[in-house]
Design a protein around this ligand. Structure first.
Ligand code: NI
Length: 268
C-alpha cells in the first residue's frame, strides 16, 4: 500500500481553479517531482464538480462542499445545492473506478472574519454539510475564522463519528484541545512560515504528532519565500522544513508521519 502513495500529502489544495488554467499540468508535474500528492477541495457546487474531475487527472482524491463565503450564492436554494453535492458522492472516477473519489465533505464551516454570508445562513449551510457527512460516513474539512466557539458548539451538536480536519489551523492551546477532543486533525499550512507567526510554531509542540496534517491551500497562503504570489502543492516542502525545525525533528520523518496521518484521516 505504501508505494501507492507519494512521500508527502498536501491535504488542502484548489488546483482546479482558474488561477491554474494556464499551466495546470505543469503544476501537477511539479507536485509529482516534489513527491507531493494533493487532495483537491471544493467550496461550492461547481468547484466540487471540478474537484472530482481533477481526482481523475492528477489529484489523489476529492473533497466536496460549500464554503461559508459561498453559502450566500445559495441563499434561496441551499437545500437544493446540498442535494446537488450529495449527488456527486457516488459519482465514480473513470481512472480509479470502482473507487469513488470523494473522501471528505468540505470545506465547510464558519467565517465571522469576513462575514460574506449572514451568520445564520453560514450555520445552516455548515449543519447541512455535517449531516451529509454523517449520512455517508465521511470525514469533514473545516474552515473557521473568528468563530471558534460557534464552530465547536455546532460540531458537538452534530457528532459525525469520523475525523474532523481543521484546515489552516490557527488558535491557542485551549482551542486546539477542543478540536483534538472532537477527533480533530490540525492542518498546518504556509502561515507557519511567516516570521511573525511564532505563536503557531510554538503551538506545534503541543499538537500530538499523530494529529498533524500538512497543506498548502494553493493558490493561497504561499510560504514565506513566495509570499504574495500563487501557491502550489510543490511548495509545501518549505512549510515542512519550518515545521520540522520548530519540532527539532528530521524533515523526512515529519513528512512521513503527516502523510500517514492524512491516509488515516481521509481513510485512503
Ligand atoms: Ni481552502
Amino acid at each position: 500500500m505504501e508505494a501507492l502513495y507519494p512521500d508527502l500529502i498536501d491535504t488542502h489544495a484548489h488546483v482546479s481553479g482558474p488561477e491554474f488554467d494556464g499551466d495546470r499540468q505543469a503544476v501537477i508535474e511539479r507536485a509529482r517531482g516534489a513527491g507531493t500528492g494533493f487532495i483537491e477541495v471544493g467550496f461550492d457546487v461547481e468547484s466540487s464538480i471540478r474537484s472530482i474531475a481533477l481526482a481523475a487527472s492528477g489529484a489523489l482524491a476529492a473533497a466536496i462542499g460549500i464554503h461559508p463565503h459561498n453559502a450566500l450564492d445559495y441563499r434561496d436554494n441551499l437545500r437544493e445545492a446540498w442535494r446537488d453535492i450529495a449527488g456527486l458522492i457516488s459519482r465514480q472516477c473513470p481512472v480509479k473506478a470502482p473507487e469513488p473519489p470523494v473522501v471528505a465533505i468540505g470545506e465547510i464551516g464558519l467565517d465571522y472574519f469576513r462575514d460574506l454570508s449572514p451568520r445564520p445562513l453560514q450555520a445552516e449551510c455548515f449543519e447541512m454539510g455535517l449531516e451529509l457527512a454523517k449520512d455517508n460516513n465521511l470525514p469533514v474539512i473545516i474552515h473557521q475564522r473568528d468563530a471558534e466557539d460557534d464552530t465547536i458548539d455546532i460540531l458537538r451538536n452534530h457528532r459525525i463519528g469520523r475525523p474532523v480536519i481543521f484546515h489552516c489551523f490557527g488558535g491557542d492551546r485551549l482551542y486546539a484541545r477542543k478540536c483534538l477532543d472532537l477527533g480533530g486533525y490540525l492542518g498546518v499550512g504556509g502561515t507557519v512560515t511567516y516570521p511573525k507567526n511564532s505563536e503557531l510554531r510554538d503551538l506545534l509542540k503541543y499538537i500530538p504528532l499523530d494529529r498533524m496534517l500538512l497543506e498548502t491551500d494553493a493558490p493561497y497562503l504561499s510560504p514565506q519565500s513566495r509570499r504574495g504570489r500563487r501557491n502550489e502543492p510543490a511548495y509545501m516542502r518549505e512549510t515542512l522544513a519550518v515545521v520540522a525545525a520548530a519540532l527539532g525533528k528530521e524533515e523526512g520523518a515529519v513528512g512521513r508521519i503527516a502523510r500517514d496521518n492524512a491516509l488515516m484521516a481521509f481513510g485512503l
